[in-house]
Design a protein around this ligand. Structure first.
Ligand code: AP5
Ligand code: ZN
Length: 211
């Protein structure tokens, strides 16, 4: 199965991807995680993208398409994959079609901007396993420590009001057209991302089965 998760920053893509991976045996490709790893490792690529990411902008189509192309050729993607955070522009979607052919579903998580900013500014991310929490709505059992692996939680550098606002504006200008793109191809599953995470997941699964 070939799935893509689209939605604004904080819509719950990472949260739902983790749930989908428990149900379906698929490779997981999260372009934001891959880029953050490059930044953490201080690679040439990491140095190139760090400033753009922290400010809330998008890395160039050319660069990100190369990264995904390389990743998607790996053996673990042969049985299917979940793409989280890619495509983010129509150009990226067109390139993905060329790379992998027809998708099974493009899941669009719909959430209002005001809620998204609250989610982003309160998010805590595990430095080791990537699990996400929220200071108010989904706190870890022990403050600052991941329930799943015991490592420290951190705040992403782009999870500030300022960068969050830029990321939302970028989403509306660059990524919103993907909704029409996938609707026209009959791949779109639109889900109300304002519900609690389990209800969102149920809707996603039903949507996938209906397609
Ligand atoms: P990326 O890492 O993909 O960030 P993003 O799209 O901004 O998405 P997030 O990871 O912030 O949010 P999410 O939707 O995964 O939400 P989450 O589940 O964590 O990209 C980062 C940057 O990399 C980009 O800005 C760009 O610079 C670059 N980049 C990446 N891909 C690129 C591409 N293709 N092209 C160009 N540049 C690219 O949830 C958020 C919070 O809400 C958490 O605290 C969670 O606990 C909580 N939450 C989740 N679901 C619910 C719910 N249902 N109810 C209540 N709370 C919830
Ligand atoms: Zn963890």
């Amino acid at each position: 199965m070939k799935l893509v998760l689209i939605g604004a920053p904080g819509a719950g893509k990472g949260t739902q991807a983790r749930k989908l991976l428990q149900k379906y045996s698929l490779a997981y490709i999260a372009t934001g995680d891959m880029l953050r790893e490059e930044v953490a490792q201080k690679t040439d690529l990491g140095r190139q993208v760090e400033e753009i990411m922290h400010a809330g902008g998008l890395v160039s189509d050319h660069l990100i398409i190369q990264i995904v192309d390389h990743r998607i050729q790996k053996d673990d993607c042969k049985e299917g994959f979940i793409l989280d955070g890619f495509p983010r522009t129509v150009v990226q979607a067109q390139e993905l079609d060329k790379l992998v052919g027809t998708l099974d579903a493009a899941i669009y998580l719909q959430v209002e901007d005001a809620v998204l900013l609250e989610r982003l500014c309160g998010r805590q991310t595990c430095s080791h396993c990537g699990a996400t929490y929220h200071q108010i709505t989904l706190p870890s059992k022990v403050s600052g420590i991941c329930d799943e692996c015991g490592h420290a939680l951190m705040q992403r550098k782009d999870d500030t009001m300022e960068a969050g606002a830029v990321r939302l504006a970028t989403f509306h200008s660059q990524s919103a057209p993907l909704e029409d793109y996938y609707r026209e191809k009959n791949h779109l599953v639109t889900v109300n991302g304002l519900q609690d995470a389990d209800a969102v997941f149920q809707d996603i699964c039903q949507g996938i089965e209906r397609l």
